[in-house]
Design a protein around this ligand. Structure first.
Ligand SMILES: [Zn+2]
Ligand SMILES: [Zn+2]
Length: 363
């Protein structure tokens, strides 16, 4: 009869995920083959610990184990399953502590980074040059990203022969897993670089200049080649993407290179026509309402919009005429409007058409 998994890890049946992981980590460190070379008992214990944790750390398998006292699908001894490799990677991510971390041996390109830059509509119209502060990982200058101290090199891992993986067979099935000693790297870093503690990269903050072209729109990205995270083991750096976000404007909405503005007007202004002072980006301009303008009609000031991003010239600024009817009238207004209504004998084309159709409908 196999030993109880809880007993193996020295935890109670009520132990939570964190407690399990902690117990597993400390036991795995204690019995790791790397620290107990040639010790058969430690090796068996190490396997036992892994098996217990593989089952108890998986809620489904743990439930099964709690009910039946065996690991699901375990046909006797063993019980290693395909999830074991990822378990190793997960648990041993920080296993070597201050020593030889840095898990990739092949040259790897640094990660791309993204920075969100908020700008105003005015800035988008004029274009701007600004500085952004970017925290990033940079390739360590002392070891050139290798993680090994100058004059030293990483040596091939003896546990896996430098392959980075170990093969385990149960029955006729052979499964390759990342080597637990070198964490899949295939190499051991015996003298980690002191500057970066073997990581090959260091945190840094950089102030970078960004040039935003006039006409840029919300959601567009600028790529700064090579300004992302530094590469590992001689790999090239990633890129930095500056994502441009436009702040909301108190007057204008934007559609491409056109700007839109709601302009409140009165009935007499629509009917009689008017010349109004309206906002444009960066100032004001005169807008002429022809007599007989209609509510919701759009009048344009051509060339007063945003600059085209990839072309010469500008879009338009469009003003939607929003009719505002007074909620209250003073005596003079009332008299004037009553006089206006009395003087209006002819219907407009909309009303004429409406009443003709209504008459037809009613027969
Ligand atoms: Zn270094
Ligand atoms: Zn290895």
């Amino acid at each position: 009869m196999a030993r109880d998994y809880y007993e193996i890890l020295g935890v109670s049946q009520e132990a939570g995920e964190a407690e399990l992981k902690k117990a597993f980590r400390s036991l795995a460190m204690q019995y790791h083959p790397d620290r107990n070379q040639g010790d058969k008992v430690a090796e068996d214990r190490f396997k036992e610990i892994n098996e217990a944790y593989a089952v108890l750390s998986d809620p489904d398998k743990r439930a099964h184990y709690d009910r039946f006292g065996t690991a699901p699908g375990a046909g006797g001894s063993g019980g290693f399953d395909a999830g074991f490799g990822s378990l190793f990677e997960d648990i041993f991510e920080n296993f070597l502590g201050g020593g030889g971390r840095g898990r990739r041996t092949r040259a790897a390109r640094g990660e791309d980074l993204q920075y969100e830059l908020k700008i105003t509509l005015e800035e988008a119209a004029a274009g701007l040059e600004t500085k952004v502060q970017i925290p990033r990982l940079e390739t360590c200058g002392t070891c050139n990203g290798s993680g090994a101290e100058a004059g030293t090199r990483k040596v091939a891992c003896d546990a896996c022969g430098g392959r980075g993986e170990v093969r385990m067979s149960h029955g006729f099935l052979t499964v390759a897993r990342p080597c637990p000693k070198c964490l899949g790297e295939g190499q051991i870093n015996r003298s980690p670089c002191k500057t970066c503690r073997g990581e090959g990269r260091q945190r840094a903050e950089r102030l970078l200049s960004v040039k935003i072209p006039a006409g840029i729109d919300d959601g567009m990205q600028l790529r700064l080649t090579g300004e992302g995270s530094g590469g590992v083991n001689g790999g090239p750096p990633g890129d930095l993407y500056v994502l441009v976000r436009l702040r909301e404007h108190q007057m204008f909405a934007r559609n491409g290179s056109d700007l839109y503005c709601d302009l409140p007007v009165s009935f007499p202004q629509l009917a009689l026509g008017a010349e109004l002072e309206v906002p444009v980006l960066g100032g004001s301009a005169a807008l002429k309402l022809p007599a007989g303008s209609q509510p919701d009609q759009i009048l344009k000031l051509r060339g007063k919009g945003m600059p085209h991003l990839r072309d010469r010239g500008h879009g338009d600024t469009c003003y939607r005429l929003v009719l505002e009817v007074p909620a209250k009238l003073n005596t003079k207004q009332r008299e004037a409007l009553e006089a206006f209504e009395a003087a209006s004998k002819e219907r407009g084309p909309l009303a004429t058409s409406f009443f003709e159709r209504m008459k037809k409908l009613l027969g």
